[in-house]
Design a protein around this ligand. Sequence first.
Ligand code: PGA
Length: 244
Amino acid sequence: MRQKLVIGNWKMHGSLAANEALLNAIKGGASATLAVCAPFPYLAQCQALLAGSAVAWGAQDVSAEARGAFTGEVAASMLAEFGVGYAIVGHSERRTYHQEADGTVAAKALRALEFGITPVICVGETLAEREAGQTEAVVARQLQAVLDALSVEQLGRVVLAYEPVWAIGTGKTATKEQAQAVHAFLRARVAERDDGVAGRMAILYGGSVKPDNAADLFSMPDIDGGLIGGASLKAEDFLAIGNA
Ligand code: PGA
């Protein structure tokens, strides 16, 4: 059985006071494998409140560089010092607003792996790309950069997330059939490299996952959990998705 995983992506939300209430509620109710990806300044707070609990914590990005004159960047080695278990890389908001190319995303994933951090590598098509019938071509291209950069051993330590851009924060979820089709496609591409790794790889779905659609999505054979934006900011909703 593959690991089931639900990861929260807080994006640029939170405050010390709000986080404390949220984290305490989540760790008290966690019954599944959960993680929260917080803004960088709050990682120390996550570590202080979550250490020893069943809830892991992660970052929303990581530098592709090891160290040096890169103003504003945060190194994987620094994240590791704060007990970070996961780093989201290649989220569509980073690809869109920060012009992150496929190769950069792969380099970030490699850097995270170097420090024992699990990269959560996001892929997904825009609405225009889906309507033009390019969904598979787009996610294949995004995945290929990762396949080219990582060894089989490294590939065995990543989590993939399929996040159709048109479903993120829009309230429009992919149907479970639409999501399953892309997940199966991605797993098959990974299997071309290594069958065993593909079989074990967690592929999460993200894009307007809510308590009322999570169980349906997670019932599909190739959907191993979710990457949750908006609904991860409410403990009750996030826990309900975890229970799904
Ligand atoms: P959403 O965001 O759940 O608010 O749609 C998902 C994501 O961007 O990871």
